[in-house]
Design a protein. Structure first.
Length: 207
């Protein structure tokens, strides 16, 4: 009986797909983009986009993925996945070079936030300074982080923060015996974190 009631409440697949077109049109209009501009950014023809928005073209994963990136939304927002009522972000940890990265943002593009847990460094490992696009801001939650930035060799302790242009050669390592936990906000296109310590008029809260 419970399964039958669940089936009655489950939206029909055709109804779900039919609702994708109006949702795509609303997202595009909200951004103030034309079909031609969207075609240029996704590689999908104007005619296909028009047919998708009007419901004449059945949406497929190959079409929805570039559209989700262009509109900077999650794929489930395009297909109208029902809300779970849970505001928490359930992210899958990523293991890279021995460090664990936990994404804290889900929106593609723009500033990306994540928590990084770095194990103690391996003795004798030579620094390998890297350069790449972007701007990095990080805050050490616990432990100590060694930051080699250009010709600087710095120790950033718990409660301290640092920021730098990723075009400067840099390298992170953990000089301590315990893991170091870091909160990082990274701008892949050079976006920076804007921190305001007081109101724009220059006066403190007490006026």
């Amino acid at each position: 009986m419970a399964s039958a009631e669940m089936a009655d409440r489950t939206p029909d697949l055709d109804d779900v797909l039919l609702a994708v077109g109006p949702r795509l049109r609303a997202l595009r209009q909200r951004r103030g983009a034309t079909l031609s501009q969207l075609a240029a950014s996704t590689g999908i023809s104007v005619s296909t986009l028009s047919r998708l928005e009007s419901g004449q073209r059945r949406p497929t994963l190959e079409l929805l993925l570039p559209l989700a990136r262009a509109h900077q939304v999650q794929l489930d927002e395009l297909v109208g996945a029902p809300p779970t009522g849970d505001p928490r972000i359930h992210s899958r940890p990523i293991i890279r070079n021995g460090s664990t990265f936990i994404p804290l943002t889900r929106r593609p593009g723009g500033l990306q936030a994540f928590k990084q847990i770095m194990p103690p460094g391996r003795p004798g490992r030579e620094p390998d300074l890297k350069v790449h696009e972007g701007y990095d801001w990080f805050y050490v939650l616990s432990g100590r982080l060694r930051l080699q930035l250009g010709d600087q060799d710095l120790i950033v302790k718990a409660g301290e923060a640092a920021e730098f242009d990723c075009h400067i050669p840099h390298w992170f390592s953990n000089p301590g015996p315990e893991p170091v936990e870091i909160l990082t906000i990274f701008g892949p296109q050079g976006e920076r974190v804007h921190v305001r310590a007081r109101p724009a008029n220059g006066k403190g809260q007490d006026g």
